[in-house]
Ligand binder design. Structure first.
Ligand SMILES: *Cc1c(COP(=O)(O)O)cnc(C)c1O
Length: 427
């Protein structure tokens, strides 16, 4: 059988890059395929080295809310790189970015830039521990906060248990202070707080869970966390690396009107360049070096190119306000998929918050990780494969969110629903 250019490149990549990829999900292992190599993107589309065009619902796993190669972002980065890529010294851009973020997110009084979402959560946890003088943290099963040692804990079987590392190379000691609770279940939090509230530095949560598909917070869940943290002096951390500027200008905390103590950001605020940020109450943020005793640093933090792309993205989002349109287009797509699945009698549970959406191939409603895991991953695999063949580029896992961008046209959505219809007939 003739090999495609992507297949040849993947073979070449695997010789010098573990698994051929620089982040594991890109390898398409969970769908038993080989990934297309992408050569360029424009608007809602990406193109591979074999000349295939795809309607893209991955959007670089979240950042590309304005679509690919948006002219304003391209211009901003070009202008900036011509004046020098990095100085490791203060620049005006960093102030502008911090001001934009603090204005957009009422809970942010101060913010520090880092280079990835992982760095943001890692630093926010350290800061919460330094601030409170406590060591333990609570996370929720199925929530992903980057590949920080102490956060690589899922805990299993719905049990509220002491964390067990998910990855080789993470000593059990590193996760022994990580407690796991059940998403959307305040009782599971209360069980931990009952005996340990004085030892807990932080509760970290994705305010809309986006790394086990898409799971909206049930009414009262985030409010309940806020209340408990206020009462016990625990730092509430919203990990808005995915939801920030995705579900609303600002993020989920704006959509649901809840103020966390600290917020982690990434993805969209870099406009496609490597970026992260964490910020929050001044009183807490002032514990960071050089003001306070919590050390945190980065050679490329606040990098001018990333700031330029990010600031331009935020300004474009503010000026264009694509959110009402995104709500409409995403509802059209989500409802369309839901209807088609019902017509084909395929067990499913569709979720959506703004332009984040997911279809679980399961008969149960999905409000936590345990329920998400009841999905029929074999059926997802067939669905994914059929969609890819028809030019629809989805995340290659049942447990990832899909993203609609402001660049997706009505035509794109209709073509996508056509592809869903054709694919469902065969799975
Ligand atoms: C993507 C993501 C991260 C990690 O960000 P990286 O830039 O990949 O390190 C952390 N938290 C959430 C909620 C994410 O979606």
């Amino acid at each position: 059988m003739a090999h495609t250019t992507s297949q040849k490149l993947f073979a070449r990549a695997r010789k010098v890059i573990p698994g051929g990829v620089n982040s594991p999900v890109r390898a398409y292992r969970s769908v038993n395929l080989e990934p297309p190599f992408i050569i360029r993107g424009r608007g809602s589309k990406v193109y591979d080295v074999d000349g295939n065009e795809y309607i893209d619902y991955v959007g670089s796993w979240g950042p590309m809310i304005l679509g690919h190669a948006h002219p304003a972002i391209v211009y901003a980065v070009r202008e900036r790189v011509a004046r020098g890529a990095s100085f490791g010294a203060p620049t005006i851009l960093e102030i502008e970015m911090a001001e934009e973020l603090c204005e957009a997110l009422p809970s942010l009084e101060m913010v520090r830039m880092v280079n990835s979402g992982t760095e943001a959560t890692m630093s926010a946890i350290r800061l919460a521990r330094g601030y409170t003088g406590r060591n333990k943290i609570i996370k929720f099963a199925g929530c992903y906060h980057g590949h920080v040692d102490s956060l690589l804990v899922e805990a299993g079987s719905g049990a509220t248990t002491l964390g067990v590392p998910d990855s080789a190379g993470v000593p059990a000691e590193f996760t022994s202070n990580t407690l796991s609770a059940v998403y959307n279940d305040l009782n599971s939090v209360d069980e931990l707080l009952a005996t340990l509230s004085n030892e807990i530095a932080a509760i970290i949560v994705e305010p809309v869970a986006g790394n086990m598909g898409t799971i909206p917070p049930q009414p009262g869940f985030l409010e309940g966390l806020r209340e408990r943290c206020t009462k016990t002096g625990i730092v509430l951390i919203f990990d808005e690396v995915m939801t920030g500027f995705r579900v609303a200008y600002g993020g989920a905390q704006v959509l649901y009107n809840i103020q966390p103590d600290l917020t982690c950001l990434g993805k969209i605020i870099g406009g496609g360049l490597p970026v992260g940020a964490f910020g929050g109450r001044r009183e807490i943020m002032e514990h960071l070096a050089p003001l306070g005793g919590v050390y945190q640093a980065g050679t490329l933090s606040g990098n001018p190119l990333a700031m330029a792309a990010g600031i331009e993205t935020l300004r474009t989002l503010k000026t264009d306000n694509p959110y009402p349109e995104l709500e409409k287009s995403s509802a059209y797509l989500g409802d369309g998929i839901n209807t088609l699945l019902t017509e084909h009698d395929i067990p499913h549970y569709c979720t959506r918050v703004g332009s984040m959406l997911c279809t679980y191939f399961t008969a149960t409603s999905v409000h936590n990780y345990e329920a998400a895991k009841t999905s029929d991953c074999e059926r997802f695999k067939r669905f994914f494969t059929g969609m890819l063949k028809r030019g629809i580029y989805l995340a290659p896992s049942q447990f990832e969110a899909g993203f609609v961008s402001a660049a997706h046209s009505q035509d794109d959505l209709d073509l996508t629903l056509e592809a869903v219809k054709a694919t469902l007939a065969k799975i």
